[in-house]
Design a protein around this ligand. Structure first.
Ligand SMILES: Cc1cc2nc3c(=O)[nH]c(=O)nc-3n(C[C@H](O)[C@H](O)[C@H](O)COP(=O)(O)OP(=O)(O)OC[C@H]3O[C@@H](n4cnc5c(N)ncnc54)[C@H](O)[C@@H]3O)c2cc1C
Length: 394
């Protein structure tokens, strides 16, 4: 085997999945994660279609993922007086199985944690490729050389910045921001939505959702790129409050609760554009770092399939990244196409009153099941190789 040691940056969905597969194929794996531990909770994410379920099956985690599923939640859009306008179905939002992101990370992590080395609370600071490896410098740990380095560190990937170039060259702002606050919650009081239904209120370019499996509050708003302090949570909450001040319905009540909710997170809705070139020398990207599209509804499945394909191609090529990486690029360029096609902000929070009426009409029309069918077809649009058997056959 030419490559033996692999550094993975990021331990959320793609990172632990890739660590599992690489370890299974005999690589020595180190994972560096910026957070002090695996991040529990998080929003509900989902897996769609038989291809993604097949990968979970081959990882031996399908049963555990289903055991931990959230149960899917409809979002019922209401007008200011509480009259129902339209429903976005839990089936659309939650795919075949919906589960909290932290639970996915924990399930994948447990599959190989005792055999991989996890460095929590650290981050790569510099990567230098040499003739026979990549020298990685860390914020805390001593520098070390690896045969390969893989970035599984999300839309704002440090590995992509260090190995490919600045974020502005690869990440496109989709004209919207989102904020989540509080743990996913259902039916905690008389005024709360029941489990199975979240409530949403809209204005042009604005959507606020209360309850459901994404978070206890979810806000989406149209805005050009904003200049705000990423470390100042209070200022970010004020920003959300200003954006939603005039929306009405249940939103004033949500905004009143917002200062008291934990787990607040605000970020732009962005699309990563790598033009099918997810590798550079010995360095590769998997998951949102390579083909992310915020709230596009496909990121988790792409991350899991991408990890499966990259590890499988590396194992089949006996660690020769010169053979494996082009195959990975080719396969994932096609499969990840769907991530380049959607803008969840525009779909969920159209900028005009006419657009909002169109959204509500569309959700009740015959065209909506067709869109779901398209998404289902896209999630299976890959000729998935049975790498575990192929590698075992040697
Ligand atoms: C509100 C919301 C709802 C969503 N709903 C869905 C859904 O319904 N369906 C779906 O398929 N997808 C959904 N997604 C998208 C899904 O969360 C992502 O596609 C998926 O988590 C991608 O996994 P990843 O491992 O590539 O990246 P991420 O989950 O972003 O993880 C990146 C990891 O890298 C770590 N990291 C970052 N920088 C560094 C660094 N410098 N050094 C070390 N570690 C670092 C981070 O701490 C994190 O652990 C949703 C996302 C959001 C925000």
């Amino acid at each position: 085997m030419s490559a033996k040691t692999v550094l993975i940056s990021g331990a959320s969905v793609a990172g632990p999945a890739l660590a599992y597969w690489l370890d299974r194929y005999g690589f020595q794996v180190t994972v560096v994660e910026r957070g002090p531990a695996l991040r529990p909770g998080g929003q509900a994410i989902d897996f769609k279609g038989r291809t993604q379920l097949t990968v979970l099956e081959r990882m031996g985690v399908r049963e555990e993922i289903f055991r931990r599923q959230t149960g899917r939640t409809d979002i019922q859009f209401l007008d200011r007086s509480g009259r129902p306008l339209a429903v976005l179905t839990g089936e659309f939002l939650g795919g075949e199985v919906e589960i909290l992101r932290g639970d996915v990370a924990a399930v994948f992590y447990q599959q190989a944690a005792d055999r991989c080395r996890y460095l929590f609370g650290d981050s790569v600071r510099a990567l230098t490729e040499t003739a026979d490896g990549v020298r990685a410098e860390f914020e805390n740990a001593p520098a070390r050389a690896f045969d390969l380095v893989i970035g599984c560190d999300g839309v704002h990937s440090a590995v992509r910045r260090l190995a490919f170039g600045p974020e502005r060259d690869y990440v496109r702002h989709l004209g919207y921001y989102y904020a989540v606050a509080g743990a996913p919650g259902w039916g905690m009081g008389a005024d709360q939505p029941q489990r199975g239904v979240a409530h949403g209120w809209s204005a042009p370019g604005r959507l606020a959702v209360k309850g459901g499996s994404k978070a206890s509050q979810l806000y989406i708003f149209a805005a050009p790129e904003l200049d705000y302090d990423r470390r100042d949570g209070a200022a970010q909450r004020r920003l959300v409050t200003e954006q939603f001040a005039s929306v009405g319905g249940g939103v004033p009540g949500m905004l009143a609760e917002l200062p008291g909710l934990d787990d607040f997170y605000l970020d732009s809705m962005s699309q990563v554009r790598m033009k099918g070139q997810y590798t550079n020398g010995r360095i590769a990207l998997v998951g949102d770092s390579a083909y992310g599209n915020t709230l596009g509804g496909v990121g988790t499945g792409l991350a899991v399939v991408g990890a499966y394909v990259l590890a499988g191609e590396l194992a089949l090529a006996d660690g020769d990244y010169g053979v494996a990486y082009p195959r990975y690029n080719e396969i994932m360029c096609r499969y990840a196409k769907i991530a380049g096609q959607s803008n969840a902000g525009r779909f969920l929070a159209p900028r005009t009153a006419l657009g909002l009426r169109g959204r509500n009409w569309f959700l009740g029309s015959r065209a909506f099941p067709l869109m779901m069918k398209y998404a289902d077809n896209a999630s299976n649009d890959i000729d998935l190789r049975d790498y575990p058997s192929l590698v075992a056959a040697g």
